[in-house]
Design a protein around this ligand. Structure first.
Ligand SMILES: Nc1ncnc2c1ncn2[C@@H]1O[C@H](COP(=O)(O)OP(=O)(O)OP(=O)(O)O)[C@@H](O)[C@H]1O
Ligand SMILES: [Mg+2]
Length: 379
């Protein structure tokens, strides 16, 4: 729509956000063509790789100040300004394991042994004439990390909606540890151990970051007896203290210190996503469904997300299913990739095999060398 009026300048806020690699490749070409026709382009991008495909000049902003101004490639020589602020790099994440640290996400020995087996068979969902998900089988064994990829509209989010109970099934069953949970409402499923994030971060806008995380933790208070709480009985105050300590540990782990007392409604899109991740981890689910966790966060954060998710998996023994368009993140993270197209599985297997599968390359990754390079694993 911005291009319809043939403007002399176009301002684009996050061109690549949430888009499949082939679509980003096509859009980048369109932007270049427009530029060649004399249009000035200013594009906001979290992905440095995409920004470098389009721009000669770059500005890097931090807290309202210009931290870098110059030729776009020059950004690559300035790792200090591209560092991750929230999730931290892999080393920082590892050092948060230090002795005496409060365990996050319930990293008890008992918890590690638990895990859950999530399985769906022949899942089908239709919206009018569209089969959003058609006969999909998915097995998520305890402790496994599975990546879900596919073009925009392939049915990825709908599949999550079905696993977490947000839409009714037109066919198929969802089983958790062999028990049929297909008819359980969504609010019962976290209790049954399935937790999910949303493509758009959903938070209470007027609550502070700390309070949002505490609300999420509340379900896990060892003692939630309202009478005990009202009388300040020891069991209740002890569990509240431990909830507070765990909320603090999560805020620390995700680098949210500076935001702890800010209402979430005031935060930037990327910061809200990190808070949402903290709230999800607070619920300590055995199966975590993440819908595009890297969308809208800086590239440096998304690079650090892989090591963090692996660490969370190792500490809690949870399994993860991650929807992502960032192939670098997925290929370094996942045991298995499942590719969807028009609601059907077109490939599944190791990341190497799926990313080399001709059907996946043709429909999803495209052949643009820049995106093939982006697909290399990050570890
Ligand atoms: N509530 C709805 N009503 C009608 N159609 C829907 C609804 N939700 C999803 N669809 C359709 O189902 C298909 C799958 O959508 P879905 O959101 O699952 O895709 P996706 O793989 O998550 O895409 P994206 O990468 O863009 O997030 C699309 O054709 C979409 O238009
Ligand atoms: Mg989606």
């Amino acid at each position: 729509m911005a291009f319809v009026t043939e403007p002399r300048a176009v301002l684009i806020d996050e061109l690549s956000l949430g888009l499949a690699p082939t679509i980003v490749g096509m859009l980048v070409d369109k932007v270049r063509q427009l530029h060649e026709m004399g249009t000035t382009i200013v594009v906001i991008e979290q992905s440095i790789n995409v920004a470098l495909l389009m721009s000669q000049q770059a500005l890097f902003l931090e807290k309202g100040q210009v931290r870098f101004r110059g030729r776009a490639e020059g950004l690559l020589d300035r790792p200090e300004i591209l560092r991750a602020v929230f999730v931290g790099d892999a080393d920082q994440v590892a050092s948060a394991d230090g002795a005496g640290a409060t365990p996050v996400a319930g990293a008890s020995a008992a918890r590690r042994r638990r895990g859950a087996h999530l399985e769906c068979r022949e899942l089908t969902k239709r919206f009018g004439g569209i089969t959003a998900v058609g006969g999909v089988d998915l097995v998520v064994p305890p402790g496994r990390i599975i990546g879900l990829i596919g073009h925009n509209g392939a049915g990825k989010t709908t599949l999550f909606d079905m696993l977490s109970g947000f839409v009714d099934l037109d066919g198929g069953r969802v089983l958790l540890d062999g028990t049929d949970i297909s008819d359980e409402p969504p609010h019962r499923r976290p209790i049954l151990e399935v937790g999910r994030s949303f493509q758009e971060a959903l938070l209470y806008p007027s609550l502070t970051v700390t309070d949002c995380v505490k609300v999420a933790l509340e379900r896990h208070l060892a003692n939630r007896d309202p009478v005990a709480a009202a009388l300040h009985l020891p069991a209740s105050t002890d569990s509240e203290r431990s909830a507070h300590a765990r909320a603090e540990a999560l805020i620390d782990l995700l680098g949210l210190d500076a935001y702890r007392d800010r209402p979430t409604g005031e935060l930037s899109t990327g910061t809200r996503r990190i808070v949402e991740l903290a709230c999800l981890l607070a619920q300590d689910p055995a199966v975590i469904l993440l819908d595009e966790p890297s969308a809208g966060v800086a590239q440096s954060e998304s690079e650090a997300l892989g090591p963090l998710l692996r660490r969370i998996q190792a500490e809690t023994g949870c399994s993860l299913v991650v929807i992502e368009h960032d192939m670098g993140l997925l290929s370094g993270l996942c045991d298995e990739l499942v590719a969807l197209e028009q609601g059907r599985v077109i490939a599944r297997g190791t990341p190497e095999d799926v990313l080399a599968d001709p059907a996946v390359v043709a429909s999803y990754l495209g052949t643009d060398a820049a995106f093939v390079a982006r697909s290399g694993p990050r570890r």
